[in-house]
Ligand binder design. Sequence first.
Ligand code: HPA
Length: 241
Amino acid sequence: MEMKDATPTPHIGAKKGDFAPTVLMPGDPLRAKFIAETFLENPVLVTSVRNVLGYTGTYQGKRVSVMASGMGIPSIGIYATELFKFYGVERIIRVGTCGSFRTDVKVFDTVLAGSASTNSNWAAQYDLRGTYSAAPDFQTLLEAYQTAQRLNIPCKVVDILSEDNFYSDDPDQFKRWADMGIAAAEMESYALYCIAKRYGKQALTILSVSDSLVTHEATTSEQRVHAFTDMMKVALGSIRE
Ligand code: HPA
């Protein structure tokens, strides 16, 4: 049965068909604009509701979109659900930053999130009698990993934590996660991975390490741009139609 077209949605102003099968998703709307204007050919703005900018263009001839997620699980939960459920998007690749918990994951490293743990209650809505383990789409993960190898960009697959709180009341809490092998924290992937699986779609998170909770290393803007470009090359090289 064909579902009634529910677009535009409450949070996305685009029409059905305006998005490519793959949507790259940074947190920051201005970063979405920057990605569209820097890496895509012929980017067209398809939505700007709440200034959450979304564009569709092409990369090496392949149609691709980029739209911001905002910060945190509730925000990416809204956009990922509407893209998968109402716009027919097949794949969301989050491109973001994370804070490292471990000395073997250094600032500016590019990492792929092979799993996401969480301190959020997101999965309670699925009414499962247990703890849901959020994982990416393996094919997308493999293709991103192979893209990094092909481009000679150092890249590790790591386990991450999607936190509800950027500011923690307990500054040592991260060490317990590190003891469980968790390499870094961000605030969105657990929900993104759940939603993709729920709708039979694909998701992957690619992160650039922006800071370290262990070493508190300082970074320059030039270094950050270089690391950001590495992450984008891995993401853009993994696009399928
Ligand atoms: N915690 C959560 N999100 C982040 C961090 C962090 O330390 N660094 C960059 N994004």
